[in-house]
Ligand binder design. Structure first.
Ligand code: ADP
Length: 295
């Protein structure tokens, strides 16, 4: 089959792994930079142009859209969908997962447990916002942040209030969340492909750090998931409408809670820690889906 990885950088670990996995299975693999694609969106038969020529027909595309280019990247994915190309994650679902607030609203609506979370527009409602999540200590998250940047812990009511005021003053969109202290600076990343958790790892923050992001000095190790955690990860991905995603779970005292669903989860850490060939699993999923669609 002809499969493209939609990625800005062919040298990235995840992109290279997907290419190698596809080629290893005998497929023709290419990397397409979504930002170099342009399109006639009014044409009767939708097309995508890439670096000056019409893109050759593809069987499937694996989108790896970075958070800084969600809007244009998803427009390219949507165009591919309209051309009848199978996409591993649909544009609509990618956009949904990128809007943290929308994503949490969907998860909560589907009855998936989350940390108590609140959100407001006006500075006049800050005390109420803090009370909704059970008071300090609490976590404040800048909605546009990734890799733990813009996630802060406020230990007292007063510090929470002044942090929220300062961020609101800077026009940042924030949400306020119950601090899951029992998680002990650890979270669990579940890699889900088409209704199955194919790999999972535990990430632990650097000493004294409540954020477990590897980019912030965290360490990863293998983890055994409970059946409830497995089910929760799969349900979260399905609720958002994705097929391939990373789900981040915290182990709270009252059970697991989901904090994030990521539509372009990295492969490097999870493959190294678990030894699972996640790239191959992704290629196999795509190939099976294309075959099923043809039948
Ligand atoms: P990002 O998308 O920027 O990585 P996250 O929401 O995933 O932001 O938060 C970063 C890290 O902070 C998480 O991996 C987790 O370890 C920690 N964290 C996030 N939310 C909470 C919370 N409500 N309670 C305790 N720790 C949290």
């Amino acid at each position: 089959m002809k499969i493209a990885v939609l990625s800005r950088d062919a040298a990235l670990y995840s992109t290279r792994r997907l290419l190698a996995a596809g080629e290893g299975r005998g497929h023709t693999m290419t990397v397409i930079n979504p930002l170099r694609c342009y399109m006639d969106i009014t044409a009767r038969s939708p097309q995508l142009l890439y670096q000056g020529s019409v893109l050759p027909l593809l069987d499937a595309v694996i989108p790896r859209i970075g958070p800084s280019h969600t809007r244009y990247g998803t427009a390219v994915v949507r165009q591919l969908e309209q051309m009848g190309v199978f996409v591993a994650n649909r544009a609509e679902a990618i956009s949904r997962s990128r809007d943290k607030l929308h994503c949490l609203q969907i998860l909560s609506q589907q009855g998936i447990d989350l940390p108590l979370t609140s959100f407001a527009h006006s500075n006049r409602d800050i005390d109420g916002l803090i009370e909704l999540v059970g008071g300090a200590p609490l976590v404040i998250k800048v909605l546009e942040g990734t890799q733990g940047v813009g996630v802060v812990l406020a230990e007292t009511h007063q510090s929470a209030k002044s942090m929220i005021e300062a961020l609101r003053e800077l026009k940042a969109n924030i949400l306020v969340q119950e601090f899951i202290e029992e998680a002990n600076g650890e979270d669990i990343r579940c890699f889900v492909i088409k209704g199955e958790v194919v790999a999972a790892m535990k990430r632990r923050g650097a000493p004294g750090e409540f954020r477990s992001n590897v980019h912030r000095g965290g360490q990863s190790s293998v983890v055994e998931l409970s059946p409830a955690e497995r089910r929760m990860a799969v349900r979260a991905v399905e609720a958002v409408g994705l097929q391939v995603a990373g789900v981040d779970i915290l182990r709270a005292g009252h059970g697991p809670v989901v904090i994030e669903v990521n539509s372009s989860p990295g492969l490097e850490g999870i493959e190294a820690v678990t030894g699972v060939d996640v790239a191959e699993r992704m290629v196999d999923f795509v190939v099976t889906a294309v075959k099923e669609r043809r039948e």
